[in-house]
Unconditional design. Structure first.
Lengths: 339, 494
């Protein structure tokens, strides 16, 4: 199921239908359904232990689903042949390369694993080292490089055979913000080359780099949305206008705003000074002029600033998680699947 | 096909690169055995240390010449710390570890030949080592045998001296016999009666001499002859009493013939050395092993050291290899990548075989040129045994690895394999010393056949036996299949 705001004309490279993964009584993934179109950056976000890695492992064929249908690149991951595996790249969550090999040797090893010929390999490896900015460290042992460099090395290894579909399990975990930015630059470059990426992350702010985001909690898929769609979901499908008035005028402004027909709610946000108000409307861009006009009729209100408020995704995520916890999880999943 | 080869070679190159990063490991694998063997060659004499012995004798005999002589002849494996009459003090010194054994001599040395039972020399020792205990028991057994021989040699020397007087008795006996023969023709021959009595006395003396030297078959025959002579003389005397002496010509002729035989034995007693009389047989060892070198401990143990090192190295490399992939998490990468369990195993086998062969070659050349260990066999067969031993040991290592959950577990199991190899491979303790069921454990160890094969080739110049080749191939195959199946199951997508 692609996000509702996306016009999806491309074929899906991943299709999951009512997939479950259980180990005895323990549920890893519960009734998960989603589609990932080709050429997208698809984010999988959720708190630690919510089932992101399990989902990736099912999609790469490491785990067999307990129940449900799963197709990746048109094939069932469990029965991937060698050719299908050559089209998939996988960057595991932890560093799984060899500490006593150099950066180059590790890369060379993975290239051999994928059967990359000796003649075109050197050029390809050099390109990749450039891509992940590890050329100066090519002869350094993997155990001697920093955590961020290790993640870049792993990314290079996952791309060595130029996969059509890349699974990156928390590629930016433990990486500094500057480097995270570079990672996402790299992912966007891969997207422009027509590759599909499925990226899991705990950094909620990173969802804005994705075309689509699936939010997971406790093994359940809560929703699949575009980043903007997530914001709207957090505020019940509404948009928010942030208004700054003189502190003395706040009470008066609230009274006027509440009487406007397009205003659903007016709140003072937590930890904000008196005079700051959040106004919940259906369309912020369209309603700001109307709101200013109405408030302007009362000359006593000293209006300083009004603009559409885009809350950080961290806040959006917290709100979504709180909502999910408050609701019946079963009904949340049902709602998403049937939407 | 090409991609498959590339994948196999990826593990080959990776493993070799990882080994190359551990130069100390390589150095220790090459230098370690050299140092051990050199130290062994320099420091091991192969001789058992002398047993420090305290001799306890009955009171009054501490300065007895016979005791002094006896202790002087205890043998080269004994060092007499002292002779004492105080048994308690000797025991305390033994308990304190100041002596290895205490030998308590029997009382009444003069009567030991006339008793109705053997006189014991009590040997006390304070040992917890069963091998050392066996060694003490063996040495003291040999010692008592030697003491008994020395006693008998003394007696035989005395008998030899007596043989001179025996000749006199025999000549006199002949004369008496002639007197009897001539006396038969004289009625009432009083002279013949006296001669018979004297002849009986002489034959008794000769018999006594022979009894003391009755070790040989001839001596025993002579004793029987003399016994018969005495019976005949008794019959002659009775016949004379009954007046039938004229009918005894035939008996006298028989006595004469027997005396001639006894005379022959007496002559022999005089000429044969007492040592030959007491111990007519001695060993004359001859080694028919066709070697153009002098066997030594270092020579004998070198092939075993090479085999043991190769097995231990291959088992450890194999044991750590797969378990490390698991612990490192690389297995997750392999599960997604287009690589099969067989390709992984093949790559690893290839790398470790090359490395083990290199170590074996360096080690063998070093032993040959550095320590002078002989190599009289065919190097191609040697290379084959190296390969088979390596494969069998790698198989065992990979099997351990497939069953281990952690590196420490793998190392522990490898050490158990090493310990088992030291005990059961025939490296130190001969295989024949084990019961058949336990020997099965020995045959399941690659090193058992490696030691045998290397010794056959290096030291005997023979081809390795079919049994050696078959066992090594069998172990290699079985372990490979088992390890592969377990590894495959481990890699299987879940």
């Amino acid at each position: 199921m692609a996000g509702r705001d996306t016009v999806n004309l491309r074929p899906n490279v991943i299709e999951m239908r009512n997939v479950y993964k259980q180990w005895g009584e323990k549920v890893g993934v519960h009734d998960m359904s989603l589609d990932v179109p080709q050429g997208n950056i698809f984010g999988l976000v959720g708190p630690s232990g919510c089932g992101k890695t399990t989902t990736i492992r099912m999609l790469t064929g490491v785990y067999a689903p307990t129940k449900g249908d799963l197709r990746v690149l048109g094939a069932t991951p469990q029965t991937f042949d060698k050719r299908a595996r050559e089209r998939i790249g996988y960057m595991p969550q932890l560093f799984v390369l060899y500490p006593t090999l150099t950066v180059w040797e590790n890369l060379n090893f993975v290239a051999s694993l994928y059967g990359l010929g000796w003649f075109r390999r050197r050029k390809r490896l050099e390109e990749l080292l450039e891509f992940v900015e590890l050329t100066p460290a090519r002869n350094t042992l993997a155990e001697k490089i920093s955590g961020g460099m290790k993640r870049r090395l792993e990314l290079a290894c996952s791309l060595v055979h130029q996969p059509q579909l890349l699974f990156a399990d928390e590629p930016t975990a433990g990486v500094d913000p500057v480097l995270r930015g570079k990672f996402w630059d790299g992912f966007r470059r891969l997207k422009t080359e027509g590759r599909t990426l499925l990226v899991t992350t705990q950094y909620v702010s990173e969802v804005e780099y994705c075309d689509q985001v699936a939010v997971m909690r406790a093994g359940r898929l809560l929703m699949v949305e575009t980043p903007e769609g997530l914001r709207r979901r957090a505020f019940g499908g509404r948009e928010v206008i942030e208004l700054h008035v003189d502190a003395e005028d706040e009470r008066n402004a609230r009274a006027i705003l509440r009487q406007l027909p397009f205003v659903d709610d007016v709140r003072r946000p937590h930890n904000q000074p008196v005079g700051t108000l959040h106004i919940f409307v259906d369309n912020a861009g369209a309603r700001i002029p109307e709101m200013i006009q109405q408030l302007g009729t009362d000359n006593s209100i000293d209006m300083r600033n009004a603009q559409e408020f885009k809350p950080p995704f961290d806040d959006v995520f917290i709100i979504l998680m709180e909502q999910a916890a408050a609701d019946d999880p079963e009904s949340v999943v049902e709602e998403v699947v049937n939407a | 096909m090409l991609k498959g080869i590339i994948r196999i070679l990826s593990f080959y190159a990776k493993e070799l690169a990882e080994i190359r990063r551990q130069p100390r490991l390589v150095m220790s694998l090459v230098l370690g055995p050299f140092l051990i063997l050199a130290l062994f060659g320099l420091g091991y004499s192969g001789e058992q240390p002398k047993l420090r012995t305290i001799v306890v004798v009955p009171p009054g005999l501490e300065n007895d010449e016979r005791i002094t002589n006896m202790t002087a002849n205890l043998g080269p494996s004994f060092e007499v710390l002292g002779i004492t009459t105080n048994a308690d003090e000797a025991r305390m010194r033994l308990a304190r570890g100041e002596a290895d054994i205490v030998e308590v001599m029997p009382g009444g040395v003069d009567e030991i030949f006339t008793r109705t039972e053997q006189s014991p020399i009590t040997v006390l020792y304070n040992e917890i080592d069963p091998l050392q205990e066996q060694w003490i028991q063996y040495l003291t057994y040999v010692q008592v045998k030697e003491l008994n021989s020395a006693l008998l040699v003394n007696i035989a020397s005395g008998t030899r001296e007596q043989a001179g007087s025996m000749t006199g008795y025999l000549a006199d006996a002949r004369r008496q016999l002639q007197t009897i023969q001539s006396g038969l023709r004289v009625a009432g021959g009083e002279q013949a009666r006296t001669a018979i009595q004297r002849l009986r006395a002489n034959s008794g003396l000769i018999l006594a001499s022979l009894v003391l030297s009755g070790q040989s078959g001839e001596g025993q025959q002579a004793q029987q002859d003399l016994q018969q002579i005495q019976n005949d003389l008794q019959a002659l005397e009775a016949a004379m009493e009954n007046g039938q002496i004229q009918e005894q010509e035939e008996r006298i002729a028989s006595i004469n013939a027997r005396l001639a035989e006894v005379e022959q034995v007496a002559t022999q007693l005089r000429t044969v050395p007492p040592e030959v009389l007491v111990s007519p047989l001695i060993t004359q060892p001859q080694n028919i092993a066709q070697t153009n070198y002098t066997p030594s401990y270092i020579t004998f143990y070198s092939p075993g050291v090479v085999a043991l090192l190769l097995q231990h190295m291959a088992v450890t490399l194999g044991a750590l290899s797969l378990v490390r992939e698991n612990l490192l998490g690389s297995v997750e990468l392999f599960r997604v990548a287009p690589v099969g369990s067989m390709q992984i195993m093949m790559g690893k086998y290839l790398a470790y075989t090359l490395f083990a062969s290199f170590i074996a070659a360096i080690l063998t050349l070093g032993l040959y040129y550095g320590l002078g260990v002989p190599f009289v066999g065919n190097p191609y067969w040697y290379a084959l045994v190296v390969l088979l031993l390596t494969w069998a040991s790698l198989g065992l290592g990979f099997l351990i690895s497939s069953l281990s959950q952690s590196e420490s577990q793998a190392v522990q199991l490898s050490m158990i394999a090493l310990l088992g190899s030291v005990f059961f491979s025939g490296f130190f303790l001969p295989l024949a010393n084990f019961i058949a069921q336990v020997r099965g454990v020995a045959y399941a160890l690659p090193v058992t056949h490696g030691v045998q094969g290397f010794q056959d080739i290096m030291l005997r110049g023979q081809l390795p036996s079919d049994q050696t080749l078959a066992w090594l191939s069998g172990i290699a195959l079985v372990c490979f299949v088992l390890a592969w199946q377990l590894w495959r199951r481990n890699l299987k997508r879940r």
